[in-house]
Write a protein that binds this ligand. Structure first.
Ligand code: P1T
Length: 390
């Protein structure tokens, strides 16, 4: 089905980019595993010649992804980091990127340990005040990169305000929309140049695929990213594309349930005497609570909180959980809990972690879609274990 902007996101998630297979009538998109495609004569083929350059299952996924973000183009990659790196390879040596100060540790590492050696520099700044973004733009700045909500501190940045500043300065704006998903936030409608996702998370939603993607309505950028996808080759396999297409069909219902459960647990945590601070955009105590209301359709399924008692308490807490699994990643149907200082954000410098407030008691929850009463009981038992360890 070609993408039709008038359709709702739940309809698009199920149908966009997909139509019954013309050969068999199969309703579900077939997984085309072939790495190469027969040509009637040299250069004469049915639209696909080689699996890295294109694949029918990948095309269906890209059609669906483009529709979900309201984009003209979607380009799929073998991981979120592969998507990030491919976007940044559209820059040149000597270019500068302004990056939100709170990003996934692996994204920080790409800037800090990989691109630096190729002459692409980055400055990390707190973008909660858009004026600070305008002031930090340099002559050589070519791109602004941000996550909102950010990982793991759940800061929100004003996409529309930053897009306006970027536009005036002729700088592109990339928004990593992994935490929000297009169900809750559509950055292209707010003026962003491109949206990046780790599809490993909510888009696939079942913790059984590693993949990434970029969506844009800028034709020149779309063409460049398709070129980089083929030339650099960080492509997802056909079966992974099929798995994400399958996961996407329930994106809306899953995200709404993640939000429902996270709202309840955030209030439970906010009232707990062993919790020093809860960060959740749905709580009035969140510094950008008002922006969450304007920019997002719901505050998401991620909660970060500071447990009193430092490392002994947080370690005991994570070990005591029985339904939440202590693991990296997020956005799957099952609840996960982790310690960013030791796990997902270990690649940040100790100073960067200290400045952001990522301490040894900071726990990040990816709230799943289990029965919320069971999740709450699980947390209650872990608090008891944490108290004993203090
Ligand atoms: O893991 P990968 O699919 O390569 O995606 C990288 C990535 C990009 N952007 C955001 C906002 C992310 O959270 C991630 C990956 N994050 C984790 C694995 C994590 O536990 O935070």
């Amino acid at each position: 089905m070609a993408h039709d902007n008038k359709l709702g996101i739940d309809t698009l998630a199920i149908h966009a980019g997909q139509s019954p297979d013309p050969v068999s009538g199969a309703v579900m998109t077939p997984v085309v595993m072939s790495s190469t495609f027969a040509q009637d004569g040299p250069g004469v083929h049915k639209g696909w010649d080689y699996g890295r350059a294109g694949n029918p299952t990948r095309d269906a996924l890209e059609g669906c992804l483009a529709a979900l973000e309201g984009a003209k183009h979607a380009i799929a990659f073998g991981s979120g980091c592969g998507a990030t790196t491919s976007v940044l390879l559209s820059l040149k040596s000597g270019d500068h990127v302004l990056v939100g100060d709170d990003v996934y540790g692996g994204t920080f590492r790409i800037f800090d340990k990989v691109l630096k050696d190729f002459g692409i520099s980055a400055t990390f700044i707190d973008m909660t005040d858009p004026i600070k973004v305008r002031e930090a733009i340099r002559k050589d700045t070519r791109m602004i990169w941000l996550e909102t909500p950010s990982n793991p501190m759940l800061k929100l940045f004003d996409i529309a305000a930053i897009a306006e500043i970027a536009n005036k300065a002729n700088v592109s704006l990339a928004v990593d929309n992994t935490f929000a998903t297009p169900v809750l936030q559509r950055p292209l409608e707010l003026g962003a140049t491109m949206v990046v996702h780790s599809m490993t998370k909510y888009l696939n939603g079942h913790s059984d695929v590693v993949a990434g993607c970029v969506m844009t309505s800028d034709d020149a950028l779309g063409e460049k990213l398709h070129f980089l996808q083929k030339a650099v080759g960080a492509v997802p396999g056909p079966f992974d594309c099929y798995m994400v297409l399958r996961g996407l069909k329930t994106l809306g219902v899953r995200v709404r349930q993640h939000v429902h459960n996270a709202r309840i647990l955030s209030e439970f945590l906010a009232g707990h005497e062993q919790v020093a601070r809860v960060i959740y955009p749905g709580l009035k105590s969140h510094p950008q609570h008002a922006l969450a209301g304007r920019q997002m359709k719901g505050p998401g399924g991620m909660i970060t909180f500071d447990l009193k008692g430092g490392l002994p308490a947080s370690t005991a807490f994570l070990k005591a959980l029985r339904i939440f699994v202590c693991a990296e990643s997020l956005g799957g149907v099952e609840s996960l809990a982790e310690l960013p200082a030791v796990m997902t954000h270990a690649s940040l410098t100790p100073e960067a972690r200290r400045d952001l407030g990522i301490g040894d008691g900071l726990i990040r929850l990816s709230v799943g879609i289990e029965d919320v009463a069971d999740l709450r009981s699980d947390l209650e038992a872990a608090f008891v274990a944490a108290r004993a360890a203090r």
